[in-house]
Design a protein around this ligand. Sequence first.
Ligand SMILES: Nc1ncnc2c1ncn2[C@@H]1O[C@H](COP(=O)(O)OP(=O)(O)OP(=O)(O)O)[C@@H](O)[C@H]1O
Ligand SMILES: [Mg+2]
Length: 253
Amino acid sequence: MPTGGRLSIATAVIELTTRFPGTDPDLPAGRYVVLSVADTGTGMDAAVRSRIFEPFFTTKAKGKGTGLGLATVYGIVKQSGGDILVDTDLGKGTKFSIYLPLVERVSKTSKRDSRTRAVGGGTETILLVEDETDVRRLAAEMLLGLGYQVLEASDGTDALRVWEAKRDSIDLLVTDVIMPQMGGHELAQELLAREPKLKVLYVSGYTNDVLARHGVVQPEIELLHKPFSRGVLGAKVRKLLDGPPSRPGRAGE
Ligand SMILES: Nc1ncnc2c1ncn2[C@@H]1O[C@H](COP(=O)(O)OP(=O)(O)OP(=O)(O)O)[C@@H](O)[C@H]1O
Ligand SMILES: [Mg+2]
């Protein structure tokens, strides 16, 4: 949608009684979850439409697209025993409908998650430091939903400013590890020097060896891997708040 438009996302559960009536999909009868994504963009002609799932096929300018987007989607959906229908025409927009076989069982992880969710929240004040706005908003909403007060900062330097203004009310620091300017470990060291009883929870999408190079070494620190659910975040936060103060992590050289 190069000039804007409307993107609609919908889900549904449907029952296929005969083999799928569409052109290429070939799904056995059964119950399916349908996830559809429709846009009012350029649409595609038949020539482009026939190649969209090919790896590296792209109509975007050099450096703008990999052509791997839809090939990846196709691989995931096919591996899951599903299929994708594409309804498109030049100037008419595009609708992708993803069919995935419905699983009635509740997965082990979501069961565990609902149990940890029952752990409950609290009313303490948390300084949340994360440079990616969407991730920070999501984590803040999770914490607010658990009853906590949340102070947000977008990086280490910003967090120091918030700390100076609100230091007496802050019970826990929840910080991303790798951020531009000042990283999470350096920030924690700065704040622990001012308040040795401060509790710290690190959050990161990186693997442990990458983190070790940033001065964050397990098991001396509490680390939460991204992406995380509200239940897992809530349980870690509660455990830290109820436990002893954080020991300063081993300093990076
Ligand atoms: N919603 C859409 N509307 C119109 N054309 C589309 C749409 N989705 C995909 N296409 C066409 O299919 C091609 C392949 O899509 P695919 O997602 O595989 O790669 P890409 O979008 O070009 O690259 P990348 O996903 O890396 O940004 C696109 O270049 C475009 O021509
Ligand atoms: Mg794409």
